[in-house]
Structure formats: C-alpha cells, structure tokens
Design a protein around this ligand. Structure first.
Ligand code: SAJ
Length: 433
C-alpha cells in the first residue's frame, strides 16, 4: 500500500462482498465494488442493495452518497484488491471445487496490478488456491516480483482471509469477529493485517495462506459433523420411540456436552458445501466428514417419509408447511432443506400442501406446477389440520398451544414442546395426532 488511506477494489458484490465493501468505505477508503452484473452495479450506484441483510441498506446508501463507495463492471487500479466471489462445485457429481471465479478475478486484476499492491482472497477455497492465484499473477505479470517466488522484497503482497459471519449479523460480525489472516509469506500476512485493522476490532491472527484456507473449511465441517450427530440421533431415537428433544435437553445438562439441534437437513451455501472441499482433497481420510454430509442430506429423505405418513393418516386435511428459509429468521432460501421437503410433498400431495413463509414474497420456482400456494400463518391455523414445521422462525414459536391443540403436528425443529401428543413422539420431531 502506498498511503494510509488505500484505494480498494472488492471483487464480487454478494452476501460477503457488498457488506465488506461498504464497511471498508465507511473508514474513508475509496472503494470500487466490482461485479459482472450490470444490474447489481446499477442498483448499488443508486445507493440501493440487491440482497437482504440487516442495516446494509442504510450503510450502502450512506457510503454511496458520501462518494466512498461506487460500483463498476470494470476492474480499477487499486492499492488493495479483495476477492469475494463464489466458489461452487463443478457439475461433475464429485463435489469438485470450482475456483474458476477466483482465477477469473486474478485474470482481471493482473493487467491493472501495480507494485505495492495487496491482493487478498476471502472466498472459501480448497487449500492451495491462494498459491495458485500468486502463480497466475506471476505468469501474467512477469515484470512484478511475487511473494515466495522472487528473492528480495516482492512488489506484491498476497494473502487469504476467510470471513466467518452469520447471515443477519454480517455488519456486526465483520467488525468484531477474530480473523485468521494467512499470508503467502509472513510479510504478506503483516501487510494484510495492517489493512484489516482499519475496520476489524476482533483479533487478526497471522498464519500462512494454506492454514487459513483449511481453517475456514474446518470450522464449517466441524459444525456439519455436530449437526449430523444430532440428526443421526434423531433418526435412531425416532425408531425407538424416544423424544430426541428430551434426550438432548437432558444430555446437555452435562457440563461438557453440547449436542446441537436436529432439523430437516442442512442448508445454506456454506455448511452444506465447504466440508466437500476437504473430502475432495483427501477422500481416503475424510471419512467422518463425508459421512456427516451423507447423514445430513439423508435426514431430508427421512423427514419426507415421516411427513408423508402423517399426511396419509389425515387424508382429508390440508397441510401447512411452516418455513422455507434455510434457517430461522432470515430470508435466504439457498440449498434450503425446508424447500426440498415441502417441494417433494407438494409434488406428491398437490393443492393440499400450503406454504407458510413470512420471508417469501412469492412461491419459489421449486413448486412450479404443484398447486402449492403461499398463505399466512393465521389462514393456515384456520384452514389446515396437519402442520409440518420445517423452520424455527420466531413467528412460529409464538403460536399459543390453545390455537394449535387440535392440529396433527410433525415438528422437525422442536419449537412446540408443549404440543399435545396422543401418540408416540417421533424424535426427529413430535408426531402429535
Ligand atoms: N442447523 C441445524 N441444527 C443446528 C444448527 C444449524 O439443523 O443445531 C442447520 C440450519 O438450520 C441451517 C444449516 O444448519 O440449515 C446451517 O446453519 P448455521 O447457522 O449453522 O450456519 P450458516 O450457514 O448460517 O453460517 C455458518 C457459520 N459457520 C459456523 O457456525 C462454523 C458462519 O459463522 C459462517 O460464516 C458461515 O457458515 C459461512 O458463510 O461459512
């Protein structure tokens, strides 16, 4: 960096890139958000946003009107580049990580890269991707000395710094969470930490790029394994007629036990995705991690089967599927197990299936042709006799027992523990009939 107020380019203006760009702009840096979508660029330059995140609209409007954030489809010259583009799977059935967007960002940065610049990757990546970015920049810009390749002081610093924010709390967590900052060399880590300290109040912990890449994957794989334990426990308890919620509640009274919550599967674009990067990197050893993925994906099948049993037992009743988002109290539907379950039920039972999702404005495309309609919670309580709870939105938790006592309920999230049960409880949820 050449001055104490660096110019910054944030590449990729999605759920991480746009909040990151806005927070950096709030420090006074001139930030250019770069995105391939002209619609996204136009929206942001109007001071508006194209994603939902608490308080992000106000922040983007403020920094755009102040002139410290603008958006473009073109890569600018900058002191600092932050790559925050998607890293999906290749469509090969092998969960092969696709780092194409990251490498495309490197290709776009290379022509405008100047000596003294800092290049940071934030996208979740397989181990070794940051080194590959360095190698790509070295090949495209042989005139610049790259870290770890050239003797003496390199012209460019390159680092990897994953985020670990929760949707709905991104602006707060981007500032206050600790961050692993992995440099291609220790000097690169120092340069990156100096940059992050401009807006990160959490501790910035220096490490190498490969360790930082694996750290991100490990954090999410650890959570996926623990969710899989809860989901596997729910299916075991279900078969034995035990109430998994009761078992978990009691087990968690142990001072060193913390069993997570069963659900209809694992959604979102992180926990359900990142563990496969580890499996792909070492399929022979990553056995628990792979099995956890299979258990969590298999839970969705289990929930469809149990819900179908209940629906068949009440042939004349309409069915309310409560929740479509991938988790509670947010409007994100990506990889949502709730959508997968409800859509399979809608394809089987048609118009009997009613969808209740306070964060949805229209019926998602997954339900095209099924006849399933979006209704509000009060209508569902009036019209439906069967309830399949798929998301633990606060709104659903607040339904008093006297408004639902006569309903047949499959509660996959354990949000209605006081639901009258006239049959053995299903531990993957309470079957109350
Ligand atoms: N889930 C359960 N039971 C639980 C916890 C979660 O079924 O006890 C389900 C949720 O319903 C959801 C899925 O798992 O479908 C993932 O939800 P989440 O809250 O665990 O995770 P995300 O995807 O919102 O955020 C995670 C976080 N990572 C960890 O908690 C280790 C976040 O810190 C990361 O920044 C984020 O992934 C990411 O982007 O990587």
């Amino acid at each position: 960096m050449t001055n104490d107020t660096p110019t910054v380019a944030v590449v990729g203006l999605g759920y991480i890139g746009l909040p990151t760009a806005a927070i950096i702009a709030r420090t006074g840096c001139a930030v250019t958000g770069v995105d391939v979508s002209p619609e996204v660029v136009e929206t942001i330059n109007r001071g508006a946003i194209h994603i939902e995140e608490v308080d992000l609209d106000g922040l983007v409007q403020a920094v755009v009107s102040r002139g410290t954030l603008c958006a473009s489809t073109q890569m600018p010259r900058a002191d600092v580049y932050v790559i925050a583009v998607p890293t999906p799977f290749e469509k090969d059935g092998e969960h092969t990580p696709d780092t194409g967007y990251v490498m495309a960002a490197a290709d776009a940065i290379a022509p405008v890269l100047d000596a003294g610049a800092l290049v940071i990757c934030e996208s979740t990546c397989p181990v070794g991707t940051t080194d590959a970015v360095r190698d790509r920049l070295a090949a495209l810009r042989p005139d610049l000395a790259m870290p770890g390749l050239a003797a003496g002081t390199p012209d460019i610093a390159i680092a990897y710094c994953p985020e670990r924010v929760l949707p709905g709390r991104i602006l707060e967590e981007l500032v206050h969470n600790d961050r692993s900052v992995g440099g291609v060399t220790p000097r690169c880590a120092r340069k990156a930490i100096a940059f992050y300290k401009r807006f990160v109040r959490g501790e910035c912990i220096a490490t190498d790029a490969r360790s930082a890449e694996m750290t991100k994957l490990v954090e999410n794989a650890f959570r996926d394994v623990n969710i899989a334990f809860a989901n596997e426990l729910s299916m075991i308890a279900d078969k034995q007629g035990l109430d998994v919620w009761e078992v978990i509640r009691l087990a968690n009274r142990h001072p060193r036990v913390n069993i997570l919550n069963p659900g209809p599967g694992v959604g979102g674009h992180c926990i359900a995705v990142d563990p496969w990067f580890i499996v792909h990197g070492d399929p022979d050893n990553a056995r628990i991690i792979r099995t956890a993925r299979e258990v969590n994906d298999g839970k969705t099948d289990h929930v469809v089967a149990k819900a179908s049993d209940l629906i068949d037992a009440f042939a004349g009743k309409d069915v309310a599927c409560l929740g479509l988002a991938f988790k509670a109290n947010i409007d994100d539907f990506r990889e949502s197990p709730a959508v997968k379950v409800a859509a399979r039920l809608a394809r089987r039972y048609g118009r009997r299936i009613k969808l209740v999702e306070p964060y949805a404005r229209e019926v998602p495309m997954d339900f095209a042709g099924t006849g399933a309609e979006l209704i509000d919670l009060d209508t569902a309580l009036e019209q439906c006799g069967v309830f399949v709870i798929l998301v633990d939105h606060d709104m659903f938790k607040s339904v008093p027992v006297d408004e639902r006592a006569d309903k047949a309920v499959y509660d996959t999230r354990g949000i209605w523990p006081d639901q009258p049960r006239r049959a053995a409880a299903s531990t993957s949820g309470r079957i109350a009939v």
